[in-house]
Design a protein around this ligand. Structure first.
Ligand code: SF4
Length: 278
């Protein structure tokens, strides 16, 4: 199918220019989301974008759909309420690694366990960009941030492993370098029934890149290109070749009834006349 390249009508042009630093990966992910919404025929009326706090949390400023800009780490809680109240809506949740894996980590695992039918798109730049480059729950061990200037002493979460372990039926990882694949993954995640998680490796040249001497914004894209490995190739690599790298693609895709469907069944049973089993 030919790709639809225009960002109309979902891009809020009067809000431009984008708030993000030059070379930030967030604009690429935003474009992939908007194009996916167009390809899927979503509308401003039937779509809700829920965001948290941080650089990526500003994304709803540029999208013309319904939106809710929540508090830090609580975007998934708001999204759960929206979807439970009106399951016909398309609900996507945009979180950074601070929102999704650090202050909001508990919401992530429970959304996965509950299997609420929303799409979580996590812009993962391995640090808190907006507040000055502090380490987050995904900062890899040994790397440098403003709050780990001699190297981070903790292991970072692998967000995909975390989501799979918590029970999410659809889990995938992409990067802003591999943008065509990223868009395909986002489309698949958006149509999936149940909780879908897309972990997007994204450069923050202003803090993470600078503190770790990863070079300019283009050099960070090259870093992503060389660090990310397609699933087929990943399977063929031994532990030594995997070190410091990560697989991209759809890591899990299975079918199970989502929360709203199951809750409706419970409600039907509860409302049945006494003595009648549904
Ligand atoms: Fe992007 Fe980092 Fe700048 Fe935030 S601080 S806008 S994450 S480059």
């Amino acid at each position: 199918m030919a790709r639809v390249l225009s960002l109309d009508p979902f891009l809020k042009r009067d809000a431009l220019p984008l708030f993000w630093c030059g070379g930030c990966g967030n604009g690429i992910t935003l474009g992939a989301i908007i194009r996916s919404m167009k390809v899927l025929g979503w509308t401003q009326q039937n779509t809700v974008v829920v965001t948290g706090i941080g650089c990526w949390g500003k994304a709803d400023d540029y999208i013309t759909t319904n939106a809710l800009h929540g508090t830090h780490g609580r975007a998934l809680a708001f999204a759960t309420g929206i979807k439970a109240a009106n399951s016909d809506l398309n609900v996507i949740v945009l979180m950074g690694d601070g929102d999704a894996a650090t202050i909001g980590g508990n919401h992530l695992i429970h959304a996965a366990r509950r299997n609420i039918n929303v799409t979580a798109i996590i812009s993962n730049n391995y640090n808190y960009g907006m507040t000055g480059g502090q380490y987050s729950g995904t900062t890899p061990v040994g790397l440098v941030t403003t709050t780990s200037p001699y190297g981070h002493a903790e292991e970072g979460f692998d967000l995909c492993d975390l989501a799979i372990g918590a029970g999410a039926p659809f889990v995938a990882r992409g990067t802003v370098y591999h943008v065509v694949q990223l868009e395909q993954i986002i489309e698949r995640a958006m149509v999936k029934e149940g909780f879908s998680v897309v972990d997007v490796a994204s450069p923050c040249p202003t803090y993470f890149g600078r503190y770790n001497r990863l070079g300019s914004a283009p050099a960070m894209l090259t870093w992503l290109k060389e660090t990310a490995v397609g699933l087929h190739r990943w399977e063929q690599l031994g532990p030594e070749d995997r070190a410091g790298r990560f697989p991209i693609g759809i890591l899990k895709d299975e079918d199970r009834p989502d929360f709203c469907r199951r809750y409706e069944e419970v409600r039907t049973r509860a409302q049945a006349p006494k003595g009648v089993t549904q």
